[in-house]
Design a protein around this ligand. Sequence first.
Ligand code: GAR
Length: 211
Amino acid sequence: MLKIAVLVSGGGTNLQAIIDSIARGDITDTKIAAVVSNNPGAYALKRAEEAGLTTKCISPRSFESRELFNQALTDYLVKSGADLIVLAGFMVVVPAQLISAFKNRIINIHPSLIPSFCGKGYYGLHVHEAALKRGVKVSGATVHFVDEGTDTGPIIMQKPVEVLPDDTPQILQRRIMEQAEWKIMPRVIDLIAHDRVHIKDGKVYISQEGD
Ligand code: GAR
């Protein structure tokens, strides 16, 4: 049984997709051990409570320094017994000590086709604003492992989504969530739960069922 901790900051639609996929049996052999938010007002926390999950808010504002916040977040996740950390719209720079405590065991969903529109400053609606400004005809979403850089870890899965002429950042964001994010994040978790995701020379390989 894979135990996951889901880290959130906002609306939590990706968290909801994970909860629903477990309930439907699209993700199997997986349990959500905890849902953690840096933001006490995150609607994602309500979704988690409604699903009967353990929730925890760890806000940087409650700590005297960033270092103390980083340590508290890392300590909580280590204690939670999670095997995998899932960043589902978590808008906080992941502490270095968390990355080393969970080496190749943290995954993130990013709302573009990496390496486009990623890195520092590219999060949430900013990503879609930048994609529309550049005039790309295709965008999408990426699930990747988290390393010390920003959006630089090994890519696990990507899904392209069409950009339409009248798109606003909000409309494009919603289409990418519906057509890509809510599908590939649950899919990747299920693959990891069944030990089918492997990293070799910085690249991800997905083995066949039963291999
Ligand atoms: C999602 O679009 C996710 O890809 C993005 O934030 C949104 C969270 O929505 N994440 C990033 O931009 C990370 N760099 P949600 O709270 O409804 O899942």
